[in-house]
Design a binder for this molecule. Structure first.
Ligand code: ADP
Length: 282
């Protein structure tokens, strides 16, 4: 064998070795891919399971909570005879806790539905004034603090009618307003609207309450997130309302925003298209 032939043979062997090494690596990569795929699948299943569990559990909770609320109402209406002052206080306490529990369960159920991609938009034409008067009616019974005014500023000029899912929009605004009332001891909670360009509308809920430090502006829109201050801790909710609002706004083709100054107040806003494009959730 000539020198040249030997060189060629060595090169061929080296190449052979390299190829089999490459093949092995390739097999390894493929195996890794398969494993990753399996893990992603498991994760999808786990998420789906979590959503189903949450939806199921929340649904099952609704009936007993409903019963507790009805019985408390019957007792407070004195259907079963008089109550002493202390008993009335206690039944009111039960009622209030049942209401909070019901709200928590509703939020959980909604969030689970959004996560599972089961929320559909049902758009319809409606007038802003009707939305405002419905909200005004809803909040009238809970306005117990005489130092805080709830003001719905009627839209200036002619606002076009909206074609969107009014129940979801109302849910977002209800969340903003009830938070604003919860964290405002004095002053007002004001709801205003404005056109953004010619195809969007912004609703603002501004309050003169305790405000939110800049460090929390992003995180409070995440699940279970609450501000770490003594007052905000005392008025503990679930921390789900704002993340639900954010997702609902996105479903309506819009977004939520916050500007706030500690000690001065907050402005939560939601901007959505005047006409939603009805699509199924991805
Ligand atoms: P929840 O009110 O059930 O705790 P949310 O997601 O609605 O959950 O709100 C998250 C947190 O953001 C609240 O716990 C509170 O700390 C803070 N927050 C929301 N709205 C306001 C507001 N208008 N003023 C001050 N803090 C607020």
């Amino acid at each position: 064998m000539s020198d040249a032939d030997m060189d060629l043979e060595t090169a061929r062997r080296e190449l052979e070795g390299l190829r089999s090494e490459l093949e092995e690596t390739n097999r390894g990569v493929l195996a890794l891919y398969a494993e990753l795929e399996a893990q992603a699948d498991q994760l999808r299943q786990a998420t789906e399971l979590k959503s189903r569990f949450l939806a199921y559990m929340s649904h099952e909770f609704r009936t007993p909570i409903g019963s507790i609320r009805s019985i408390a109402r019957l007792l407070l209406d004195r259907v079963d005879g008089p109550l002493t002052e202390e008993q009335e206080k206690q039944v009111k306490f039960i009622q209030q806790n049942a209401v909070e529990f019901a709200e928590m369960v509703d939020d959980l159920l909604d969030l689970a539905k959004v996560e599972a991609g089961r929320v559909e938009i049902s758009p319809a034409w409606f007038e802003m004034v009707d939305l405002f008067s419905a909200l005004r009616g809803m909040f009238k019974p809970v306005l117990t603090n005489p130092d805080v005014n709830l003001v719905f500023e009627e839209p200036h000029g002619d606002l076009p009618r909206l074609y969107t899912d009014d129940r979801k929009l109302s849910q977002i605004l209800r969340n903003f307003i009830s938070n604003a009332l919860k964290f405002t001891q004095k002053g007002e909670v004001r709801i205003t609207t404005e056109l953004v360009g010619d195809d969007k509308i912004r609703f603002r809920v501004s309050d003169t309450g305790i405000g939110i430090a800049p460090g929390f502006h992003r995180s409070i829109f995440e699940d279970y997130s609450q501000v770490d201050s003594p007052l905000q801790k005392r008025l503990k909710g679930t921390g789900l309302g704002l993340s639900l609002s954010k997702r609902l706004a996105e479903l309506l083709g819009g977004h939520v925003e916050l500007s706030s100054e500690l000690g001065k107040g907050s402005v939560f806003s939601v901007t959505i298209p005047l006409e939603v494009v009805a699509t199924k959730q991805q």
